[in-house]
Write a protein that binds this ligand. Structure first.
Ligand code: GNR
Ligand code: NI
Length: 183
């Protein structure tokens, strides 16, 4: 297992269109394990392979979930969260709701910058998991938002590309300033 370097803007690799996986191999499974380790270390809730420099259509998500046996009405401060790793290979959106949901998104490749992004609230998607098994499911909530954010990465798109040029340039300037102050 290894923690990999996460690519940040303005690295040109973030604009690359990633290639479909033809056959899921042990090398992919090793990459996926490293992607989870990298994501948990960051920490983040999702990571696309291109963010660690690999232009293949692979992404991982972990939104964590309350531990088994947690009552619906448990006090939020008593809820213990456990890992819930999800792997998506060659994901495709086959349906999207007209209804949009807004989420204050961030991205490990645009560190410490956040902005509201509107996306379809519910999507139906197909994908393969790390064993090569096919899945088809309707998703909503943060999982739908996060999967769309990660799928954008596979197409060379960042959350800031959904903003006006004015807002995008403001965020990139702020990031630049922050980096110069940290240096
Ligand atoms: O950690 C992350 N948080 C997040 C918050 C709202 C919407 C999407 C995300 S994904 C992001 C990690 C990341 O950059 N994945 O590509
Ligand atoms: Ni991202």
């Amino acid at each position: 297992m290894a923690i990999l370097d996460i690519i940040e803007v303005p690295d040109a690799r973030l604009k690359v269109i990633s290639k479909p996986v033809e056959t899921v191999t042990d090398a992919h499974r090793t990459l996926i394990a490293d992607m989870f380790e990298t994501m948990y270390d960051a920490p983040g809730i999702g990571l696309a392979a291109i963010q660690v420099g690999v232009p293949e259509r692979i992404l991982v998500i972990d939104l964590q979930r309350p531990a088994d046996g947690t009552p619906e009405d448990a006090d939020p401060k008593d809820v213990k969260y456990v890992r819930d790793p999800l792997v998506f290979i060659n994901p495709e959106v086959t349906w999207a709701s007209e209804e949009l949901a807004v989420y204050n998104e961030g991205c490990l490749s645009v560190p410490e910058m956040y902005a509201d992004v509107n996306r379809p609230a519910r999507i139906r998607a197909t994908w393969l998991d790390e064993t090569g098994a096919a899945h088809d499911a309707e998703l909503d909530g943060l999982l739908a938002t996060c999967l769309q954010h990660e799928m954008d990465h596979l197409n060379g798109v960042l959350f800031i590309d959904h903003l006006s040029k004015l807002k995008r340039d403001m965020l990139l300037k702020k990031l630049d300033k922050q980096r110069r102050q940290a240096a």
